[in-house]
Ligand binder design. Structure first.
Ligand code: NAP
Length: 277
């Protein structure tokens, strides 16, 4: 794969996108290598997304990140997909090979697994794992999570049909079941990952009260200042291990940086900087 190094223009396409910390994170990464990187946010409505991506790369853009709700559309635009992105049918990183040749990767799953296992010391192998949500984020992390060989995976979603569709699509990779929130077994799960957008609205999916216990690891993909609604809910159920998605955000960004620049930045100091904001 051709990689673009040194100065270059990078963007994050999303809708909305103004809340993103990605320019801050990529700025700190660039400083580690004395790179000059121009990383901007681009708010693009779904109807404009395809045109905006093509225009950006035709005008010399070096790379793009893609967030909600464009990840599935990005997988349709690029010319070539990594195995992970093809499996997820969702792209969060686009690499320019030439003005007309774009490569799509999905770094969300490896970002989450790195944060869970390396930064937080969580063992996923052999656990009962509950994933809340069946959108683009769940789609991106399912295969890398299943590679960790949890004993059992349940996908629970507000719209149960979407959870069941994901179960059917990924069932060749492991033991997966699917349901609405109210059908989730009311006994503590080992690991609970909130991949719904509920936290963005300060809401909490309506889970049975004992789905989380003292030893449950609770991970909210959402992030921001302070605790999320899911973290507060988990703490209220006695969980002593509730985390938000800073680490995933930084680790997936480091994987994007590696794809674009050929070097993987250190992440610990960047997470520290985010915590101090
Ligand atoms: P998405 O494709 O729009 O999917 C949203 C999901 O949330 C769907 O399952 C939806 O259920 C559910 N949902 C929305 N509002 C809800 C509510 N009030 N109560 C219960 N469920 C609700 O979004 P996504 O791309 O999967 O992103 C999901 C979350 O992950 C966002 O908070 C995003 O910021 C976060 N994320 C974080 C990282 C990171 O690096 N930390 C990376 C990726 C995503 P229905 O199917 O019923 O609509």
């Amino acid at each position: 794969m051709t990689m673009t190094s040194g100065p270059g223009r990078y963007v994050l396409f999303g809708h909305p996108v103004s809340h993103s910390w990605s320019p801050f994170i990529h700025g700190l990464f660039a400083r580690q290598f004395d790179h000059v990187v121009d990383y901007k946010l681009v708010d693009t409505a779904p109807g404009q997304f395809r045109h905006a991506v093509i225009e950006f790369f035709v005008q010399g853009g070096a790379g793009a990140n893609v967030t909600l709700p464009h990840k599935p559309a990005a997988a349709e635009i690029v010319n070539d997909l990594s195995a992970r992105a093809e499996r997820a049918r969702a792209v969060n990183t686009i690499v320019r090979r030439s003005a007309t040749e774009l490569y799509g990767e999905n770094t969300d799953g490896v970002g989450l697994v790195t944060d869970l296992t390396r930064n937080l010391g969580v063992t996923v192998t052999g656990t009962r794992l509950l994933i809340l949500g069946a959108g683009g984020a769940t789609r991106g992390v399912l295969a890398p999570l299943l590679e960790q060989e949890p004993r059992e995976v349940r996908i629970a979603n507000r719209t149960p049909e979407r959870a069941k569709a994901l179960r059917d699509e990924f069932s060749d990779l492991g033991e997966i079941s699917a349901s609405g929130f109210d059908e989730v077994e009311d006994r503590p799960w080992d690991v609970v990952i909130n991949a719904t957008a509920a936290s963005l609205a300060g809401e909490m999916p309506e889970l049975p009260p004992r789905a989380v216990g003292r030893d449950s690891v609770c991970y909210d993909m959402a992030y921001g200042r302070g605790d999320t609604a899911f973290m507060r809910w988990a703490a209220g159920r006695g969980s002593t291990r509730a985390h938000k998605g800073w680490g995933m955000l930084v680790e997936q960004a480091a994987e994007s940086y590696l794809l674009w620049h050929g070097v993987r930045p250190a992440t610990k100091s960047v997470m520290g900087a985010l915590e101090r904001l």
